[in-house]
Design a protein around this ligand. Structure first.
Ligand SMILES: Nc1ncnc2c1ncn2[C@@H]1O[C@H](COP(=O)(O)OP(=O)(O)O)[C@@H](O)[C@H]1O
Ligand SMILES: [Mg+2]
Length: 227
């Protein structure tokens, strides 16, 4: 299946979660292709660090032009169980192109007012893509860098209810989203899956594992529907 980590806003955790998703699926034994659609290249940079560290790597490509990205993904994604696409914040061209060829768009957002306002822009881009897609893209908003306490998580989650184009991806009934965790940010920045990062952070590992299993569950649902 093809999953894009996308948001029109930068700094929300698209690259961080794209790297964790791709590595998590890869380390679980699935064939995964990582596609970086951001000219900043944070995602592919992280993957390259694995080669430098002589860790098992996965095929990665970089297409900064939206049309090329879409054409290449449509051509090559069938060779892999999963394709994970990381797109840049500002470049809605790449996001639009990725939305046209993805089964799922995972939209990280943080419990901050600017992030929840940006969801309106994301919703507009999704509407536009859905206008030309045969079936609507499954758009899943995931709270990232959740606060340990306070009401901001709940407020941000409530803001997603305004947008029928997207669904809130609740990790577990008790867990609203992915916490702000050093292990997640450091692991991604150094090309590691959170389970490879030391010191081990069991909470962080659990959150990323849960994200992957919840997504896989949704992917199975799509495969079932399309059969
Ligand atoms: N769950 C998290 N916990 C801690 N830091 C995070 C988390 N997600 C992202 N970050 C940090 O937030 C910053 C922006 O993340 P990044 O993935 O580069 O965002 P984007 O790709 O959306 O621009 C980075 O410094 C990253 O390490
Ligand atoms: Mg990024």
């Amino acid at each position: 299946m093809i999953i894009t980590c996308g948001n029109t806003k930068g700094g929300v955790g698209k690259s961080t979660l794209a790297v964790q998703l791709a590595l998590g699926l890869h380390l679980a034994g699935d064939s995964v292709w990582f596609v970086d659609g951001d000219k900043q290249g944070n995602g592919i940079g992280a993957m390259t660090l694995r080669t430098d560290r002589q860790l098992p790597t996965l095929p990665s490509s970089s297409y900064v032009d939206g049309k090329t990205l879409r054409a290449q993904v449509m051509l090559q994604a069938k060779q892999f169980a999963h394709t994970v696409i990381d797109v840049g914040g500002r470049d809605t061209g790449a996001l639009r192109a990725a939305l046209l060829c993805s089964d799922i768009v995972l939209i990280p957002f943080q419990p901050r007012a600017f992030d929840t306002w940006a969801l309106a822009d994301v919703a507009a881009v999704i509407d536009e893509a859905n206008g030309t897609r045969a079936t609507p893209v499954l758009a899943l908003a995931v709270l990232n860098c959740a606060d340990p306490v306070g009401s901001d998580n709940a407020d941000a989650i409530e803001a997603t209810q305004e947008f029928p184009q997207m669904e809130l991806l609740q990790l577990t009934p008790e867990r609203a989203g992915i916490g702000r965790r050093k292990a997640i940010s450091h692991a991604s920045a150094t090309g590691l899956h959170v389970s490879e990062y030391k010191p081990r952070d069991e909470q962080a590992i659990n959150e990323i594992d849960t994200l992957i299993s919840v997504l896989k569950h949704r992917l199975d649902g799509i495969a079932y529907q399309s059969n």
